[in-house]
Design a protein around this ligand. Structure first.
Ligand code: PLP
Length: 401
């Protein structure tokens, strides 16, 4: 049956694109060697620094997030280097696999896919490494496959406490622009991100925010690279240009999405995501289903991964939801395929879109015959009405503006 109205895209990225961003990209292509282009590029470089919370360079590749992962590896490391990574879920595993393919000696701390990276375990491992064999610690800030975040600030503290000189490389692909993240304050060396999540853009831009230390490491790195070479990029970037044809219209969109994030205020953006996530979890818990992430301090503000009751297939359930409500939910990935579905609530998302999504889930649970307690949507509404700290912060911001 054909559906009326908009498709509800509630996967944890790509996230829905705001109309303002779509309109901003609806522009004739311009000469990427013109003064007009340089003005656009300089504006997005400056704006991106604000979002990454850095005063250092932010490199923008025409690529997916995976390309930006590769750029982080090939610019900072050399074949045979040892790195420490943590198995937080599917994306940490894919990044590990990539590093292995580049000849990196990866120590992969095992994880149960229900927690973020443990700062205490990282500290203990670094403390043992008195010869400083570990060249980098690589973590995923928001593990999109599980809905668990890692406490990057505490991982930084672990490095500082042990006096370990390893680089800190962080994947913020599904957190940047939605969850508080501070590249400079947390002394991250490479922050990897992309366009299709918190920036609310189509896929196609990959980001590396880089520290002085990372840039120095690039000078001695022996990894072969060409397209991803930071210095090749930074030279023309200084004048607002790229070494090759940039993704011009995505940059128009990026300028607009940065403007939107700044208009709302980053603090309010972060508070909104936390508030919506709390409402989503309240509904899930009321239904009698289980949130995959087990540590409340690590609950993701951008998505909620939900465990299916035994004997029920998550993909079959998602199919029912798509057919009945024209809504896409995220699938379980890797080890949790078929066992979880994921509700994305990031980017262009507000109370009513979230409640619409939760209604679709609740209707789907009934239709698919999944045992649950009805009334989760009402509980979510009540949660949104509560004057939580997150609500109060967001209110202050609105008043200030
Ligand atoms: N890392 C995380 C945390 C992700 O969520 C994703 C994609 O969803 C990736 C890496 C890979 O990014 P891309 O699919 O843009 O290459």
């Amino acid at each position: 049956m054909p559906h009326q109205g908009r498709h509800f895209l509630h996967i944890p990225g790509p996230s829905p694109i705001p109309d303002r961003v779509l309109r901003a990209m609806d522009m004739p292509i311009i000469d990427h060697r013109s003064a007009q282009f340089a003005e656009l590029a300089k504006a997005v470089f400056r704006g991106s620094q604000t979002i990454f919370q850095t005063t250092g360079p932010v490199i923008i590749f025409p690529s997916s997030g995976t390309g930006a992962w590769e750029a982080a590896i090939v610019n900072t490391l050399s074949p045979g280097d040892k790195v420490l990574m943590v198995e937080t879920g599917h994306f940490a595993t894919l990044w590990r696999n990539m590093a292995v393919r580049w000849g990196i000696d990866v120590e992969f701390m095992p994880g149960d896919w229900r927690h973020g990276a443990d700062p205490a375990a990282i500290e203990a491992r670094l403390a043992q490494d008195s010869s400083h064999a570990i060249k980098a610690v690589m973590v995923v800030h928001n593990e999109t496959s599980t809905g668990a975040t890692s406490r990057v600030n505490e991982i930084r503290t672990a490095l500082d406490k042990t006096g370990h000189p390893a680089l800190l490389l962080v994947d913020t692909i599904s957190s940047l622009g939605s969850i508080d993240y501070r590249h400079d304050e947390w002394k991250v060396d490479v922050t990897v991100s992309c366009s299709q999540k918190g920036f609310m853009l189509p896929p196609g831009l990959g980001f590396n925010a880089i520290s002085e230390k990372a840039r120095a490491a690039a000078k001695t790195s022996k990894m072969p690279r060409s397209y991803w070479d930071w210095e090749e990029m930074l030279k023309p970037n200084a004048n607002g240009f790229f070494p090759y044809t940039p993704a011009t219209n995505l940059l128009y969109g990026l300028r607009e999405s940065i403007t939107m994030l700044m208009e709302e205020g980053l603090e309010s953006v972060f508070a909104r995501h936390k508030r919506l996530a709390a409402a989503a979890r309240a509904a899930v818990t009321h239904w009698g289903l289980e949130v995959l992430c087990q540590n409340p301090a690590e609950y993701s503000p951008v998505l909620t991964a939900v465990l299916m009751p035994p004997g029920h297939d998550a993909d079959q359930f998602r199919k029912v939801v798509l057919e009945t409500s024209n809504m896409s939910l995220g699938s379980g990935l890797g080890k949790v395929a078929g066992k979880v579905f994921r509700i994305g609530h990031l980017g262009e998302c507000n109370e009513l879109t979230l409640l619409g999504a939760l209604s679709g889930v609740e209707m789907g649970l009934a239709k698919a015959g999944i045992p649950h307690r009805s009334g989760g949507v009402e509980v979510a509404i009540k949660t949104l009405e509560e004057p939580t700290l997150a609500n109060a912060q967001s209110h202050l911001k609105v008043v200030k503006n």
